[in-house]
Design a protein around this ligand. Structure first.
Ligand code: FES
Ligand code: FES
Length: 155
């Protein structure tokens, strides 16, 4: 039996009709709400490409049942900033050219944003630890870490 799930996404109330409340949140964000910031990588909670914020925490939406979100606000990359008004972390990634194929970057930015919201003056070691479980198959890590440090200095 279908059910309607009510969510707050990027500041807007939305509703999604699902067959199963255990459906991953990622599917609703991408397929129903057409928010393609969160990406499908591994689908197993292991790569970080699908990272969004739920209640201010960085969460892997591919392993988050949509029915578990409740009233906690969701923020996707689209809600972090816009091309006209990018978030300082988005700006830093552009300025440091911290992208190769780009597949991992949305998740990296969301992970970094949640981290910097709690630790505004991190050491390089802390940045590395915060992003250690976000995978980048292109090996862009050095520039990614530089971009996060750049963003921290700008916040
Ligand atoms: S797609 Fe969610 S962690 Fe890899
Ligand atoms: S830039 Fe290609 S996977 Fe990270």
């Amino acid at each position: 039996m279908t059910q309607t799930i009510h969510l707050t996404v990027n500041g807007h109330p939305v509703s999604v009709t699902v067959d199963d409340p255990n459906m991953p949140l990622l599917y609703a964000l991408r397929n129903d709400l057409e928010l393609h910031g969160p990406r499908f990588g591994c689908g197993l909670g292991q790569c970080g490409a699908c990272t969004v914020h739920i209640g201010g925490e960085a969460v892997r939406s591919c392993v988050t049942p949509i029915g578990s979100v409740g009233a906690r606000p969701i923020v996707t990359l689209e809600g972090l900033g816009s091309p006209e008004k990018p978030h300082p972390i988005q700006k830093a990634f552009i300025e440091e050219q911290a992208v190769q194929c780009g597949y991992c970057i949305n998740g990296m930015i969301m992970q970094a944003a949640a981290f910097l919201a709690k630790n505004k003056r991190p050491s390089e070691t802390q940045i590395k630890e915060a992003l250690a479980n976000n995978l980048c198959r292109c090996g862009t890590h050095l520039r990614i870490i530089k971009a996060v440090a750049h963003a921290a200095a700008a916040l």
